[in-house]
Write a protein that binds this ligand. Structure first.
Ligand SMILES: Nc1ncnc2c1ncn2[C@@H]1O[C@H](COP(=O)(O)OP(=O)(O)OP(=O)(O)O)[C@@H](O)[C@H]1O
Ligand SMILES: [Mg+2]
Length: 246
């Protein structure tokens, strides 16, 4: 069975892209077939895999210049659908057509059987691309930065998921909230504690510690396992993958 998971938070910089990349890589290292979807016009996920300036990206699929998703093989069991800035140019035109909301779902329906996990890196907004991701997904992983004010706006994410569940996709659930960039400060510990108190079972046991190797890895266009397999980042993302596979 394929699990399609949207990595979501409309707040910027909560480690959505980092999580898509490194959770995906960890799952592929644990012998599952993984497809990553870059759904952000910033194309950070594609860039951090060294894949940019691609002639064919998901933008061509959304503008219906092509009828399939362009898939790049990073390794045998680790694949990517790249994005490009063209996504932002086509976005306004998509809102006019109700069918646009279901494009990603129908594109994934064609190929999902080939994978155990499909992870979708959402942009930092709740616009049409994020709504496509939610309609296509079985579940949502919400990344929460362990920082002051980061719990604000979570109700907005929940409301969107609830409305998608009621109207468009009754399969969708929340696989969990993932605390990212945690550290030993009082603020960070306070956020971890209040999130666990308010949401308990929906919060992953694994938290992702703040770790400079993670930032360095993306600058080197590598996943954390290729860059430094002994780093906290590698350990934490591998633990997250194991927690998901349990
Ligand atoms: N655990 C971590 N330790 C240190 N730096 C991190 C960690 N996780 C992410 N970062 C860094 O934080 C920045 C933001 O991460 P990332 O791009 O994954 O967030 P995002 O949610 O995808 O952002 P956007 O909303 O812009 O798409 C990046 O520079 C990344 O390298
Ligand atoms: Mg991102």
């Amino acid at each position: 069975m394929t699990q399609i998971i949207s990595i979501l938070n409309h707040k910027g910089g909560t480690a959505k892209t980092t999580t898509t990349l490194n959770l995906g890589k960890a799952l592929s290292m644990l012998n599952t077939r993984v497809l990553l979807i870059d759904l952000d016009a910033q194309a950070n996920l594609s860039q951090s895999l060294g894949i940019d300036d691609e002639p064919e990206t998901i933008a061509e699929s959304f503008s219906q210049k092509r009828k399939t998703l362009p898939i790049k093989q990073i390794s045998e069991t680790f694949h990517l659908v790249p994005a490009s800035l063209d996504l932002s140019a086509i976005e306004p035109g998509l809102y006019a057509n109700i069918n646009s909301y279901f494009l990603l779902k129908s594109l994934l329906d064609q190929i999902k059987e080939q994978y155990e996990f499909i992870l979708i890196d959402c942009p930092p907004s709740l616009g049409i691309f994020t709504q496509n991701a939610l309609i296509a997904s079985d579940s949502v992983l919400i990344t929460v930065q362990a920082q002051f004010l980061s719990l604000r706006g979570l109700d907005t994410v929940y409301n969107l998921i609830t409305s998608v569940r009621e109207k468009l996709n009754d399969r969708i659930g929340i696989i969990g909230l993932l605390l990212t960039q945690t550290n030993n400060t009082r603020i960070s510990k306070g956020i971890v504690e209040s999130l666990r108190n308010s949401f308990n079972e929906k919060v992953f046991n694994t938290t992702i510690r703040q770790n400079v190797a993670i930032a360095e890895a993306s600058a080197h266009r590598k996943d954390i396992f290729s860059y430094n397999p002994e780093s906290y980042g590698a350990i934490d993302y591998m633990n997250l993958a194991k927690e998901i596979l349990l």
